[in-house]
Write a new protein. Sequence first.
Length: 492
Amino acid sequence: MSHLVWFRADLRLHDNPALHTACQQAVIDGSGVVACFLRPQDQWENHHWGENRARFTERCLLDLGHELAQLNISLICWDVGDFNQQIPALLSLSQQLSCQHIWANEEPELNERLRDQALINQAQKTGIQCHFYNDQTLLPMGQILKKDGTPYRVYGAFRKQALKELERFPVQTLPIPQSMSCITEASQQDKITVLQADAGSLNVVGVSAFQPKAYLDDPIQQRWPATEAQAFRLLDSFCQERISQYDPQRDFPGNAEGTSLLSPLMATGKLSVKSCWLSAQQVQLSQPQGAQSAGRWLDELLWREFYRHLLVLYPELSRCQPFKPERAQIPWRNAPDDLAKWQQGTTGFPLVDAAMRQLKETGWMHNRLRMLTAVFLSKYLLIDWREGECWFMQHLVDGDLASNNGGWQWAASTGTDSVPYFRLLSPYRQAERFDAQGAFIARFVPELASLPAKQRIQPKGYVKGYPVPMLDLREGKDRMMAAFKSASFSQT
């Protein structure tokens, strides 16, 4: 046996470059393939992963184990603590299984990239070759640059160049590898059985370390499908039935079906961005009535692409630093009571509160509301955006550093954004535009459900059981303006 595939944020068979290439090579040299997942629970906690994200990953991993079994590929899962412990675990596993090759797909985050480079360096000393492939983006991460070799700092310019590159190098996906049944030896399976028995607290996928009943009892996990088959059904359903209405419907939080609802599957790599791109592109090319909306969704995929490229090109983003260095001087408020009201959805601003409660109840938040709540915290309350970024990661099923950090820095005007820092989103105006009847508010803030629509959006006077607004919006704006100006920022 000579090939070990290391799964990370790519928990699927279809369009998986590392898995596909390893299996191809195994067929050529008449050897075998084993897969592994090294669960770094301590690292997840350090990166602020909450139970929603971790449990969803484990559910996707359970499905991966079943899918790999159909290819006669064993999936070995170990608990290893953190990234530093993953390297000796991989080398030990490779040596015990006589694997001369480790195959994996790249990740954009700094700690992950440093770990992978350390693995390459150490593996070379033992005669093990490491192979890494671009997987999370349409184009190689960090390679969309200006003519002078510098990175694009504004999305519009990045998008223009990315589309040119995609014309030159059209997106293609890889099929599911063929079964490895013809090259699996009994002696190799004996080795795997021993390794599973000695693996520690996390054993082979399917045993008691993962508890399917616990997932079934978890109302948040029940909301989100975690199998590859379900992922493709959702993608097909979105592109065939709903994408034509994406543009006019995507901003209304009461209609979650107006969005793709695919972000959790993309975050874990259960669904590749290339599969999503090709499905939407097919609609754009073949259905004139849905072309504009499909194009809008493709644009959102490019935003996702942009943030991943930035993580590679600007390592400080992975170190909790603002993209614009001068923004580090903003005098953020230390206001734990105000932060707690925002976190619990008791600010007294109905749409903000409904959004924060949606996050806690479902593990997900509508994208427009992510912008609104982020602006509310970082601008109106003048609380450090990193507090909000961390809270989202602790609760989102689809949390990932690139998109979460990019969105928060956009909202706080510390990121890649050419719009003036005084940009604000009024919670009342947003509700009037996108929840005019207050139906979404009534769903998540039942204290207001019996009120007329206008008062759900902006209650008049005292409402039993619901807090009064925690601040005056005008005063919050003035405080924010003074804070930004005090740091000697321009208005552009």
